[in-house]
Design a protein around this ligand. Sequence first.
Ligand SMILES: [Fe+2]
Length: 386
Amino acid sequence: MNLLSPFSFALPTRIEYGSGAVEKLADELALINARRVMLITDVRLASSGVLSRFTTHLASKRIAYDIFARVEANPKDYNVEEGAKKAAFDKPDCLVAIGGGSPIDCAKAINVVAANGGQVRDFEGYGKIPGEVLPLIAIPTTAGSGSEVTFSAVVTDSREHFKFSIKDPKIAPRVALVDPEMTLSMPAALTAATGMDALTHAIEAFSAKAAEPLSDAVALYAVELISTHLRAAVSDGQNIEARSGMLLGSLLAAIAFSHSDVAAVHCIAEALGGQYDLPHGVCNAVTLPAVMEYNLDYCVDRYARIALAMGLGDGSVESRARQAVAEVKKLAADIHLPEFRQLGVKEGDFEKLASDSAANGSNRGNPRPMERGDYLKVLRGLNEAA
Ligand SMILES: [Fe+2]
């Protein structure tokens, strides 16, 4: 990296972190004079008691609320359009997203369509939102996407089976209430998958072409926190120290990638998620070691520093870089994530998956140039791996 290279770093979201941080919701709503809010979440959280904690809190403070709890995993365009219609009808003055990356991303997109009209894909890309949107408060219940501090939303085009991104500082949450206790009830498999998403954010942000000094700083600490705490968070969900380390790690990783970028792992993961509706973190986990091997010669110094952040520091720079790749693979196996071949991806879909990966806006961020044919090779290699 050239330390003379210019960069810009803004974090539009105020972060309120700590056990019990969610109890500040009513106070935060009072700060923006919100009298009617729209709670946006998914079915699992709506039926688990998590949502009722917030409705009770709001009722006790005499704040009116409406609920949209129909967000699906890998949120679909029709989820956004349904939520936007409801928002246009209910006329809230603030949105509150409760959940993992899916509800928070969906809330960002609902906010855009409710305020501007049109179809959600009209806003694909960077800076395509003409009007202002409502304030959004994000309350993460997973340690993965870090969507509570990013200004991007990923939505699935349900007709084309393609994931696209909306990126604009306007859609960043106004406030993130980041409370480790909210992640204690996350099931082990979800902890594992979302945790690997966070690790992928950190590694890709640190090695992407657009990396800059501030994203580097937070990415490396994110790698350290996640590699220290992920196994413990999966094996004992009630371990509050591990949960806290993961929630901070995922938050830092998201700050890193939203100022740098993600890269080829996410390009493949989003293609897989769009086509097969698979969990995003699993798609990253199965792809990450193979893409790191593909990239290794182009960012050997960077992967060696990732190894140091993971506590692996022996040998030459190349040896350490290879240890980072091996550790990522071992970590995914230790937390019982599947391998690529177990996902049921059809060889007949490889051509489309490769095309979708190459068309992803983050493809240009990958440290080693990748074209459609390169993605095809990586996919075939994953399919042939023992
Ligand atoms: Fe991700």
